[in-house]
Design a binder for this molecule. Structure first.
Ligand code: TRP
Length: 441
């Protein structure tokens, strides 16, 4: 049994992580990787990356960069399990089992798919599925496999992923119902602070698709240049400014302490100039990020180290996925043809977790089955006794009862020798009873 809460999340290896990703996902995950009371699993979702990106160079480079970022930020790879999805062959195997448990109608309602259909409609395409791959269509199933493979309880995700966790629960329930209780039903862990997303250069939400991001480890010069581009209003130095509507202030306060933030708030009231505020934000961020950026530059120059860390993680992860997959394969009936199927072993856990009502039902069913079996055994015993009675009548009626008895015994012994496995047991019982009766008579 798992004692600790298990937290698992995947990072699609596309794009360049930015300040918004750092605050929303990376920082909290790195913190939780260092907590010894949580069993955390972080993985590079490189199979997921193939849905969005078909350029091998980019897929490869992004994987390395993103792994290096996590390591540079201090992910504790001894406490947490940090691995690459494609190193776990059991995940796509499980994805197929789950595909067979997934209602197509449910997949039609997945946001990512529906979004693409809507976009096709908006653009006036007659084929609403134009440009949509089966990878995009069914990726929530692959995601479910990522989660269920390790029976994680909590899944930290952004709001856009909540639907996928619900689908995962649905698929897991169906599997459990069909094959026995194998999967924990996971829950989405959505950081409420997430509601306040970080703004980008132009004041809209920081997002790669808006082209307004500040990459987490932008070199100093680029970081300065980007901060200077952040949109402000036309208020002059000396005029009081509103921190609540200012991107500079928003980014500053997301990184700074409460006291530092308060001090800057005062400066806004006192009319700090935009140029001065931009320099302040740059100095602050540059100092804040530079230690991790230094580690990142070191790590990215040493891909062997990154690979070794991932191999270490894969070993830890596979120690669980391999035996679990073995169990799941037997549960669906895929196993060595030389072995007997033992459904009981697979569903044993399900029985333990039944509701009282279901338990009562199951108990009643079991009692009924036992009663039927007992009735049948009684009947058989009775028939056997009747048969032996008949034999005894014949034996005692014959001229030499001694010889007739011995002949009857020998006859039965011969029958037993030639009997099939199925009838042998019954004959043996008959013989036993006959011998008993003969020695008594
Ligand atoms: N689809 C997720 C995203 O785009 C990434 C992901 C893949 C994931 N597998 C996962 C997240 C499993 C949580 C659990 O953000």
């Amino acid at each position: 049994m798992q004692a600790k809460q298990r937290v698992l999340t995947g990072i699609t290896t596309t794009g360049t992580p930015h300040l918004g990703n750092y605050l929303g996902a990376l920082k909290p995950a790195v913190n939780s990787s260092q907590q010894s009371d949580v069993d955390s699993f972080y993985f590079l979702a490189d199979y997921h990356a193939l849905i969005k990106c078909q350029d091998p160079q980019t897929v490869h480079r992004s994987g390395r960069e993103i792994a290096a970022i996590w390591l540079a930020l201090g992910l504790d790879t001894n406490n947490a399990t940090f691995y690459r999805q494609s190193d776990i062959p059991e995940i796509p195997q499980l994805a197929w089992f789950l595909t067979c448990m997934t209602a197509k109608g449910m997949m039609n309602r997945a946001h990512a798919y529906k979004g693409s259909v809507d976009e096709n409609q908006r653009q006036g395409h007659t084929d609403l599925d134009q440009g949509i791959s089966m990878g995009l269509y069914s990726y929530p199933i692959l995601m479910a496999a990522d989660i269920l493979m390790f029976n994680a309880h909590q899944i930290p995700v952004g709001k856009d992923q909540i639907q996928h966790i619900e689908m995962c629960r649905d698929i897991a329930m169906r599997f459990n119902h069909t094959y026995g209780e194998h999967f924990v039903l996971p829950e989405a862990m959505v950081d409420e602070g997430d509601a306040k997303v970080l703004s980008g250069l132009d004041g809209r939400k920081m997002s790669k698709s808006y082209g307004n991001i500040i990459p987490l480890f932008a070199p100093t010069d680029e970081l300065r240049k980007l901060i200077m581009q952040i949109t402000t209003n036309s208020l002059q130095p000396g005029e009081a400014k509103d921190p609540a509507t200012c991107t500079l202030f928003e980014i500053y306060s997301a990184f700074a302490s409460a006291e530092e933030t308060q001090a800057v708030r005062m400066e806004y009231a006192n009319g700090i100039g935009w140029g001065e505020m931009k320099n302040k934000l740059f100095d602050y961020l540059d100092a804040y990020l530079s230690p991790a950026r230094g580690r990142y530059n070191q790590i990215i120059a040493d891909p062997g180290y990154v690979e070794a860390e991932l191999q270490k993680g894969a070993l830890k992860a596979r120690a669980q996925s391999e035996p679990f997959m073995h169990k799941l394969r037997s549960a669906v009936g895929i196993m060595s043809l030389a072995s007997d199927i033992d459904i009981k072993a697979n569903t044993g856990k399900a029985k333990k977790e039944l509701s009282t009502e279901a338990q009562a039902k199951a108990d009643a069913g079991k009692a009924k089955a036992l009663a039927i079996a007992k009735q049948r055994a009684d009947q058989e015993a009775q028939q056997l006794a009747q048969y032996v009675d008949q034999l005894m009548v014949q034996i005692t009626a014959s001229e030499d009862a001694q010889v007739a008895g011995e002949e009857a015994v020998e006859g039965l012994q011969l029958q037993i020798q030639n009997a099939t496995k199925k009838t042998r047991k019954g004959l043996q019982k008959t013989l036993q009873l006959l011998q008993q009766r003969l020695s008594l008579s």
